[in-house]
Design a protein around this ligand. Structure first.
Ligand code: HEC
Length: 106
């Protein structure tokens, strides 16, 4: 009894790691508008490619080397920049970036 409910919990928690929805992540990624001064310039509509282009997701020495690290990097930029994404939004954007660039196996 105990063992079977434990394995159900494990299955649920391992699938929830990839629960992010890449399509809504793409929308969030494209529609975000960040208010911030970047390199001395005041923006009201900065986005995820104002500081770095998509090459940062594909560079040799990228910091996100696992799916979990990718999600925490997205969360890092979300928090540092006051983007205001909820945890499920961060998961969606991580799912989108994974589908498009990182391609970590599920
Ligand atoms: C104000 C500038 C700035 C903006 C805007 C910004 N980032 Fe970043 N981001 C950085 C910097 C700087 C790094 C590199 C940090 C490092 O090398 O440790 C980075 C790194 C990352 C990485 C990790 C890349 C890797 O090495 O694998 C991800 C993922 C990321 N950003 C996502 C986002 C997303 C999503 C947004 C939009 C909400 C965003 N960033 C907006 C500055 C920014």
């Amino acid at each position: 009894m105990k063992i079977s409910s434990l394995s159900v919990a494990l299955i649920l928690s391992s699938s929830s790691v990839f629960a992010g929805n890449a399509d809504s992540g793409l929308e969030l990624y494209q529609e975000v508008e960040i208010e911030r001064t970047i390199s001395g310039e005041q923006y009201t509509d900065a986005n995820c490619e104002t500081c770095h282009g998509t090459e940062i997701y594909q560079r040799e020495d990228r910091k996100a080397t696992t799916y979990a690290k990718l999600e925490s990097r997205v969360e890092g930029c979300n928090t540092n920049l006051d983007v205001g994404w909820f945890p499920e939004d961060v998961s969606d954007v991580a799912a989108y970036l994974n589908r498009e660039y990182y391609k970590f196996a599920k």
